[in-house]
Design a protein around this ligand. Structure first.
Ligand code: MRU
Length: 369
């Protein structure tokens, strides 16, 4: 997507230095556009764990490039052992998004059988680039399918703006480009369909306030920032036509793990007959997982993220503020699971499907077993 007229992806290989991967440090947005260089597996692990990069698709793409960087450091007879250690370190960074393990396993399956280091390096680079390109292409297709959905609502409303509520950031910053939940919004906006987005601020890390609002402003999409608890009230008063969110892990029966608070939006949507759609590239399916509430590992993050709020002061300087008694214990589960029964449909690059195993497998027949 464009920043100040220049096209950016969220991660890319430097043209002049093939060992260098560049990212946008998302901790600094929206106040500063800071690019960061990643070279070593440690650099990549830190960037994922400390959320310089975040969002399921981008975490997967970052892990893909990390495995390429591991091949540049690996040498001698221990090469495969080194790659397996790098894979384990990467997989331990964040537990919930399935794209991370998916990208690492894809690299390992390609690299371990290859004989020479040169062959591993070439294959790792090609695979990392393919993971990133496929992510962008999948999100673009999600946009095409989702635009039709928004167009149909717009026709029913006689061309009045379609009010879409989204939670967290499933935008281009959470992927390599376009985003999952935002791709249909961008596609509709570009097609001249009037849309307006309610942006949940998304405590505690504020992905909505800091990232989604910034993205939508950059694309000129009308939007309004709301507190996380406002959605139910807006739905009761007919101010939400559609809830559209992303997912970090999707089970074969259609349960989704997404940013904490998503489940409550789905409950409110059902109570108010508001359609609730989830957008995802296929890489977020966990085909081994069926019951999301029981089986999906939920990341527990530091309670300090709840107790401290970070922003900039009037001078534009970063400032961290304590908003609770210093000694108060805080819990910070990063995700929750929305069961399939609360989801109207899933949108992937293959099309729109009900959140039911049979329907999902109709679009993914290769996952029958
Ligand atoms: O903790 P994050 O920012 O990595 O979590 C990301 C999300 O949960 C987003 O909601 C998104 O929908 C899923 S990632 C595409």
């Amino acid at each position: 997507m464009k920043i100040n007229g220049r096209h950016y992806r969220t991660i890319w290989l430097d043209n002049d230095d093939p060992g260098l991967v560049r990212i946008i440090d998302q901790r600094r947005l929206p106040h500063a556009l800071v690019l960061e260089d990643l070279r070593t597996v440690d650099d990549f692990c830190r960037a994922i764990k400390e959320m310089h990069v975040r969002g399921a698709g981008l975490i997967g793409a970052t892990a893909g490039f990390a495995m390429y960087s591991a091949t540049l450091a690996a040498c001698g007879d221990d090469c495969n052992q080194f790659l397996q250690q790098a894979a384990a370190a990467l997989k331990a960074t964040r537990p919930t998004a399935s794209n991370l393990a998916w990208a690492v396993e894809r690299q390992l399956a390609t690299l371990l059988p290859l004989e020479t280091l040169a062959a591993k390096q070439a294959a790792a680079k090609a695979t990392a680039q393919a993971i990133a390109d496929e992510d962008a292409a999948a999100c673009r297709m999600i946009g095409e399918h989702g635009r039709e959905l928004i167009a149909a609502i717009s026709r029913r409303k006689g061309g009045q703006p379609v009010n879409i509520l989204t939670h967290c950031n499933a935008g281009w910053l959470a992927f390599v480009d376009y985003g999952s939940a935002t791709a249909p919004i961008y596609a509709a906006h570009q097609a001249g369909i009037p849309v307006h987005v309610w942006v949940d601020e998304t405590r505690p890390w504020l992905q909505g306030a800091r990232l989604t609002a910034w993205e939508l402003a950059g694309e000129g999409v009308p939007h309004t920032l709301i507190t996380d608890n406002a959605g139910g009230h807006l739905m009761q008063h007919g101010k939400v036509d559609l809830v559209l969110v992303g997912t970090d892990r999707t089970t074969r029966q259609g349960d989704v793990a997404n940013k904490i608070g998503t489940y409550l939006k789905a409950l409110a949507a059902q109570d108010n007959s508001v359609p609730f759609y989830v957008a995802l590239p296929s890489s977020t399916f966990d085909w081994h997982c069926r019951d999301g509430v029981r089986e999906i590992p939920i990341e527990e993050r530091s309670g300090d993220e709840v107790k401290f709020v970070t922003g900039v002061n009037h001078q534009g300087l970063d400032q961290e503020v304590l908003v609770a008694p210093a000694a108060t214990p805080a819990a910070n589960p990063g995700f929750d699971v929305t069961p399939a029964r609360l989801i109207t449909a899933l949108i992937s690059e293959r099309g729109i499907m009900k959140a039911e195993e049979a329907e999902i497998l109709r679009l993914y027949p290769e996952q029958q077993r």
